[in-house]
Design a protein around this ligand. Structure first.
Ligand code: NAP
Length: 257
């Protein structure tokens, strides 16, 4: 689908996409680069970064790789050092998430709760905060958080994770309000069930897949490009008058998983 992209709305922009060596993040990185942005690609594992960068460079895209575990301050700092070298940051897409445990919210262990909140919420907050020195200098400042449909309607089996994704809806509203007068937009995307490694437990067995599909009015699971196109729209000039919003891209799904 994304091979049909012919828009070049992001020429001259520099973008950071976290957790962008696989899944939704990789598709976002590829899409922003196809639209002309210089994209900083990152994740925790060196091999994944090298593979993703090689793949995208072979497609003629302008990408730079750096190792970044979003929970590590030194790694986050490196992201911004790279964007600075590329001319300064215009677009931050905070996409990384963790879900170490499946189960109801009050059954979550304290260590799982801490990890989920550290990666999904605190790191997103710190990345947005630390992006400001560069993003404030951009004429096109854009911040996008990746939440989830379960941020609206918590899932019984993804209890603590759902709460972390609800926090991102609030972070989007609060940060957008703070930054609106500076012409920096802050938005959020809430995907439904998208085919990636992350969603494997919801789709790998025939019965789980059928159960998931039964909840999706459009009758299909989402593809990563169903999300990357929404992000590209929000960070382009076409999305310039949108801030503080969360776009749900979930095939019409609204109930819990
Ligand atoms: P995925 O396919 O499992 O992709 C994971 C990517 O994240 C890999 O590149 C991985 O690389 C990187 N990563 C994992 N932990 C990281 C960390 N702490 N710091 C930096 N990078 C990290 O996941 P996905 O499905 O694309 O999910 C992306 C986002 O969409 C998440 O925020 C998720 O909550 C959200 N979402 C997904 C779905 C869905 O159905 N898939 C639905 C709603 C929301 P390394 O292993 O090298 O770090």
């Amino acid at each position: 689908m994304s091979s049909l992209v012919s828009a070049s709305r992001l020429v001259g922009r520099v973008a950071i996409v976290t957790a962008s060596t696989d899944g939704i993040g990789f598709a976002i990185a590829r899409r922003l680069a196809r639209e002309g942005a210089k994209v900083v690609v990152s994740s925790r594992k060196e091999n994944n970064v090298l593979n993703a960068v090689n793949t995208l460079k072979k497609e003629g895209l302008d990408v730079t790789g750096v190792i970044c575990h979003v929970g590590k301050a030194d790694d986050r700092k490196k992201l911004f050092e790279v964007s600075e070298k590329l001319g300064g940051l215009d677009i931050l897409v905070s996409n990384a998430a963790a879900n170490p445990e499946v189960g109801s919210v009050l059954d979550a262990s304290e260590s799982s709760w801490d990890k989920i909140m550290d990666i999904n919420v605190k790191a997103a907050f710190l990345l947005a905060k630390d992006s400001l020195p560069q993003i404030r200098k951009s004429k096109y400042g854009r911040i996008v958080f990746i939440s989830s449909i379960v941020g609206y309607e918590p899932s019984d089996i993804l209890g603590a994770y759902s709460v972390s994704k609800t926090a991102l809806l609030g972070l989007t509203k609060a940060a957008s309000s703070q930054l609106a007068r500076e012409n920096i937009t802050v938005n959020c995307v809430a995907p439904g069930i998208i085919k990636t490694k992350f969603s494997q437990p919801l789709i790998e067995s025939e019965s789980a897949r059928e159960e998931s599909l039964s909840r999706i009015p459009l009758g299909r699971l989402g593809n990563v490009d169903d999300i990357s196109g929404v992000v590209a729209f929000l960070v382009s000039d076409d999305g310039a008058y949108i801030t503080g919003e969360t776009v749900v891209a979930a095939g019409g799904m609204s109930s819990h998983l």
